[in-house]
Write a protein that binds this ligand. Structure first.
Ligand code: ADP
Length: 467
């Protein structure tokens, strides 16, 4: 289904995302090679791309460098260049200092700056042009996430023949918050260039529809918004994980052995609690450490009886709010350990590091209580990964109501992370639950994640787009 025009290959199926699904690694002798990035999106989409002769268009991760299209792992990759200034203003600036906090309930104050907006628009234009060049006649183009919300309308203006889908991986905020954005109209119009706009939760879709009515005066009938002679569908498609891959990984003896070893290294505590997050202010890491610290302070639990392992992956370290957050979390960890630790037994084991999939899977298997307490989160894949790793039907999930995953994982120990007492209560309930209670909850959560895995997510989105 590849068409060729002027020697250039055009694809009938195109993914457009901020990043290509590969990372460059440099060997000791200086030779560079590409490695597929970890993560569910590429796992879900790679087979679809191979089936349909697709291509993936995105930035390759190095500023100020132009690269020719190349093949990797059976995928056609089309690099889009970004200058160092654009990385700062479009990516770190408008995407991560304006849209990210605004879309996550303004838990940090968004930066509104016209130069950042200009950079965002310019980069979106470049992506749209590149997509217009790469797409074959009547191709299906699937645009991903908040960095590229103007691409659907820009692309439609260039190529009205295309079928365009958009999926927002982060929350879409309530109208009252979105309203603050000086460029609210442009963003809504940008998204409406798509035939299908997908959200994580039904609430995101209805926020969007409500804004289209109020801001743009458009009419709708349920999920369908009428835009001139077109209709645009706004609908929820909750993303998921590769259940099968994780489920079989943790059945391998070396993962189980490593999980046992982790518990031994922690001093065989009765309860291992675990947090795994990017170090982000939306994740509620401080809230859960506060709750854990108070449980130690009021002697509900004793050091050595319960150990908290918090893994906080380095993230967006050039954005100021993230540097402050790191200081704040590390201060809190130090306080809890300083106040409640005994020699050789720190109550909190904190790591500002990345881990590979296998070590992460072993940690999930070693944890009695997985503590996932975001203040706002589009989905939260960590919660679903934990569930996928517990075929032993042990382990409790403490989960924030403010994560998209809470819509599906109703048998988690649900919490409001702003309510410290409630959080403490649920953490204790999770630690003290009977095996029977744990397996009852885990079985039901596993049924959900096994059925609605990431393949099903991609499949349902594309089926709706092509309907
Ligand atoms: P977000 O997309 O906001 O980072 P998610 O929970 O949806 O949050 O996804 C995070 C992904 O990153 C998960 O797949 C998780 O396994 C992975 N991850 C998180 N922390 C680490 C870490 N320290 N090392 C390796 N992978 C990590």
């Amino acid at each position: 289904s590849h068409g060729s025009e002027g020697g250039r290959v055009r694809s009938s199926f195109l993914i457009v995302a901020n990043r290509l699904p590969v990372d460059r690694t440099i060997a000791a002798d200086g030779t560079a090679s590409w490695r597929r990035s970890p993560g569910g999106l590429v796992t879900a989409i790679a087979p679809v791309m191979q089936r349909r002769d697709g291509a993936w268009l995105g930035w390759h991760g190095a500023p100020d460098e132009e690269l020719k299209p190349f093949e990797h792992d059976g995928m056609s990759l089309i690099p889009v260049p970004l200058s160092a200034g654009e990385v700062e203003m479009y990516y770190e600036g408008f995407s991560n200092a304006t849209l990210w906090p605004l879309y996550h309930d303004v838990v940090a104050t968004p930066v509104f700056s016209r130069v950042l907006w200009d950079a965002y628009r310019a980069v979106n234009e470049r992506f749209a042009r590149a997509a217009a060049d790469a797409a074959a006649e009547n191709a299906v183009v699937w645009v991903q996430d908040y960095q590229l919300q103007l691409v659907p309308s820009m692309l439609r203006a260039l190529r009205p023949d295309l079928r365009i889908g958009f999926f927002l991986h982060i929350p879409f905020p309530p109208a009252e918050l979105f309203w603050q954005l000086p460029w609210r109209r442009e963003i809504l119009e940008g998204l409406l260039g798509a035939d299908l706009v997908g959200f994580q939760r039904p609430g995101g879709a209805s926020n969007f529809i409500r804004l289209c009515r109020r801001q743009l005066g458009l009419q709708n009938q349920r999920q369908e918004i009428f835009v001139g002679d077109r209709t645009v569908r706004a609908e929820a498609f909750p993303i998921s994980v590769d259940f099968g891959e994780l489920d079989s990984l943790v059945r391998e003896p070396h993962i189980l052995a490593r999980a046992k070893e982790i518990r031994a290294e922690l001093g065989e505590p009765e309860h291992v609690l675990l947090g795994v997050d990017r170090l982000d202010y939306t994740k509620g890491i401080g809230q859960r450490l506060k709750a854990f610290g108070e449980l130690l302070a009021d002697k509900t639990i004793s050091p050595g009886e319960a150990v908290f392992v918090q893994i906080a992956t380095p993230s967006r370290e050039r954005v100021e709010t993230y540097r402050h957050l790191r200081d704040e979390i590390e201060l809190r960890v130090g306080r809890v350990n300083g106040l409640h630790g005994v020699l050789g037994v720190p109550p909190v084991n904190y790591f500002h590091q990345s881990y590979d999939r296998e070590e992460l899977a072993a940690l999930y298997c070693a944890a009695d209580v997985m503590v996932v307490t975001p203040l706002r989160d589009g989905m939260n894949l960590v919660a679903k990964e934990y569930v996928a790793c517990r075929h032993d039907l042990r382990g409790a999930l403490v989960l924030s109501e403010f994560a998209g995953a809470a819509d599906e994982l109703k048998h988690a120990y649900l919490v409001n992370p702003y309510d410290v007492e409630g959080l403490k209560r649920q953490m204790v309930a999770a630690m003290r639950a009977t095996p029977h209670e744990l397996s009852r909850r885990m079985r039901s959560m596993r049924r959900r994640v096994a059925t609605y895995d990431v393949d099903r997510w991609a499949g349902e989105f594309l089926a709706a787009l092509e309907r």
